[in-house]
Design a protein around this ligand. Structure first.
Ligand SMILES: Nc1ncnc2c1ncn2[C@@H]1O[C@H](COP(=O)(O)OP(=O)(O)OP(=O)(O)O)[C@@H](O)[C@H]1O
Length: 618
């Protein structure tokens, strides 16, 4: 089975049932506010231009009933010149409108995209665990493009066409009210049909936009995972799965197109029938001598001028619906609570409440230095409720300057425990302190300055090797950079074509796994952090390089308090003490030798690893 068959559209769900498009679109106001003068100015210009079109039939009426009827060539020339001037002014005003809206709308889109990006960076890891990346990408691209198009076109033209239709009907009624009423007859059924259409179209529009997000996820995964796809020869099944998903998007798009076609057909047909009826009635009345030919010509020209404003309503409404859906999708993300807000709540919570959950012996130890876990419990939000928490009362104290290795069976929760220290996840119960200070009482900036992390899976960015390392400390210079590269045994960087200025490519894929890990380690140590959390960061290194890294780490980071997830005895030997994590608790703490003597589980974990390492060494 192909891995793309079930896209991860966990979030970004279906259309809310009773949402009002207007209310959704009004949420754009804070972004539109700064450019409102230009936008309203442009709408005003367009209204004037459009109403100018309505004057043309009046000039025609004057020409037919006046100079043409009286065979006055001078009057006809004058009328012609007037028509030309009106047409030119109308075109110039529409041109001015375009010029007015172009730049401000690009800046609205850019501001919204920047806000979305900033917000995504501030959202907690648990949010990113739940949301598929394609859903977020499609919001930052397709949805924002739809919003810019809405602000540029439908927003203005719904107003312009509305005003033009009202002014046009006023002119029609004032010229000949009976014929005017005939033309207005389809208005009520059209309004009812449009509101029915709006409800159905909103649901389909949301589905299409969500499915497009799924498709983006699949494309992204296919591109990022191309090595696995090729390695396992899965390209055919991947392509099949992709086609199936595209087919779903296509059929929803077709449903949307059918709805649009139906409403458009009605919006086009009903006014045409009304114009036909008015033409027949008007001709009969001209023949009877009740109506002047000029009035009928003016009446019909006005009616024909109103055709476009009326007929365009269908797709303007559809585009507005698409924009309302895009706004909902944008604010689905923007409304998610950023980590900073969660911090404020945690800080506001009386610490007594949290303290009461701790064992009595722990409460008096506020002043203890180092890194301390006190009755820490943690469960993933999306874990099944019947499952026990991953961590169930972890008590562990790593003394200042001490290096503690964390050992446990696979899936025992080592990575989860390390992720709690930099607050990538929040503890469900208990607390973690750094030099006696609860991490939830520290600001994110303080915490980031105190704690540095490196994970088993090193993540690098499309930047130079040096820039990737310097991400670990905002104010570090070249000297610190070179020192960090030395500690992490990442001197290979100097041999790259452009040394530390070499671009490492997307996700650092131009480097080997071990090279990436060493750069990530250099990034962790470059800022000389007080606390270092390493999640098996040396797993891709050969034993010899690992020993060199460890020796350098020991020397340079003697004053650092470190928690290091270890799988291999060679990594464990880096540590002063070892903690064994088992069934969500710390089952034993002691030196490597002591645990080997006293803990059967530890012995079994280490002997497996030793056997593996023995097999690997020549
Ligand atoms: N984002 C997540 N959502 C839900 N459950 C998760 C998530 N990440 C991990 N888990 C679960 O938490 C448990 C502990 O995982 P964790 O990665 O912490 O183990 P580990 O000890 O580091 O394993 P390993 O040694 O294999 O790296 C596992 O059962 C895993 O399935």
């Amino acid at each position: 089975m192909a891995v793309t068959s079930e896209p991860r559209a966990q979030e970004g769900g279906a259309a809310p049932r009773h949402r009002s498009a207007t209310r959704s679109l009004l949420r754009l106001w804070p972004y539109v506010r700064p450019v409102r003068a230009r936008l309203f100015g442009a709408a005003g210009v367009a209204v004037v231009a459009s109403c100018m079109g309505l004057v043309i039939p009046l000039v025609l009426k004057w020409m037919v009933d006046g100079p043409v009827a009286h065979r006055d060539p001078g009057g006809v020339w004058l009328g012609g010149a007037l028509l030309l001037a009106l047409g030119t002014a109308e075109a110039a005003l529409f041109g001015l409108r375009r010029w007015l809206v172009g730049r401000p709308l690009a800046s609205v889109e850019a501001a919204m995209r920047a806000d979305l990006y900033r917000h995504l960076q501030r959202l907690p890891v648990s949010f990113h665990d739940r949301w598929a990346s394609g859903q977020l990408l499609s919001r930052a691209t397709t949805d924002l493009m739809l919003l810019r198009m809405f602000l540029a076109f439908p927003l203005t033209f719904l107003v312009v066409n509305g005003v033009t239709i009202l002014a046009g009907f006023a002119i029609l009624l004032s010229q000949e009210w009976t014929l005017g009423l005939v033309l207005m007859a389809p208005a009520v059924p059209l309004m009812i049909l449009c509101s029915l259409f709006e409800t159905r179209y909103a649901t389909v529009a949301r589905t299409v936009q969500d499915q497009t997000g799924d498709l983006t996820t699949v494309v992204e995964e296919g591109v990022l995972g191309v090595r696995i796809v090729k390695g396992f020869g899965r390209h055919r099944s991947q392509a099949r799965a992709f086609r199936a998903l595209s087919e779903r998007v296509r059929s929803t798009e077709l449903r949307k197109a059918r709805l649009l076609a139906a409403i458009w057909a009605l919006i086009m047909t009903l006014p045409e029938l009304a114009i036909g009826a008015a033409l027949v009635l008007g001709t009969v009345r001209v023949a009877d001598g009740d109506l002047s030919a000029g009035t009928l010509v003016a009446f019909l020209s006005t009616a024909l001028t109103l055709r476009w404003p009326v007929e365009s309503l269908g797709f303007l409404l559809a585009m507005s619906q698409d924009a309302a859906t895009a706004t909902d999708r944008y604010f689905d993300v923007m409304d998610a609570e950023p980590a900073a807000a969660a911090d404020d709540r945690l800080r506001a919570a009386p610490s007594r409440e949290r303290d009461q959950e701790l064992p009595a012996r722990e409460r008096g130890q506020e002043g203890d230095g180092g890194l301390q876990f006190e009755g820490v419990e943690f469960a993933y939000a999306d874990a099944p409720p019947e499952e026990p928490p991953v961590l169930r009362g972890v008590d562990l104290h790593i003394r200042p300057g001490e290096t503690m290795a964390l050992v446990g069976a696979t899936g025992s929760g080592k990575t989860t425990l390390t992720a709690l220290v930099p607050r990538l996840h929040e503890v469900t119960r208990g607390r973690i302190t750094l030099d006696g200070r609860d991490i939830t009482a520290l600001s994110r900036d303080e915490l980031r300055a105190l704690v540095a992390v490196a994970f088993e899976e090193p993540t690098l960015f499309s930047a130079t090797a040096g820039e990737n390392v310097l991400m670990g400390a905002a104010d570090a210079g070249t000297e610190e950079l070179l020192r960090a590269l030395k500690v992490a045994q990442a001197d290979f960087v100097h041999a790259l074509p452009e040394g530390i200025d070499t671009e490492v490519g997307e996700q650092g894929l131009s480097l080997s796994g071990g090279q990436r890990q060493r750069l990530a380690l250099a990034r962790a140590v470059v800022g000389r952090p007080r606390f270092l959390v390493l999640d098996d960061p040396l797993s891709a290194l050969d034993v010899h390089t690992e020993a060199l890294v460890e020796a350098a780490l020991r020397r340079v980071l003697a004053s650092t308090t470190a928690l290091v997830v270890a799988h291999r005895p060679s990594t464990v030997l880096l540590a002063d003490r070892v903690a064994l994590l088992s069934e969500g608790r710390i089952a034993a703490v002691g030196t490597h030798q002591r645990l080997l003597r006293e803990s059967a589980e530890y012995r079994s974990l280490m002997s497996g690893q030793e056997a593996e390492e023995g097999e690997r060494s020549p």
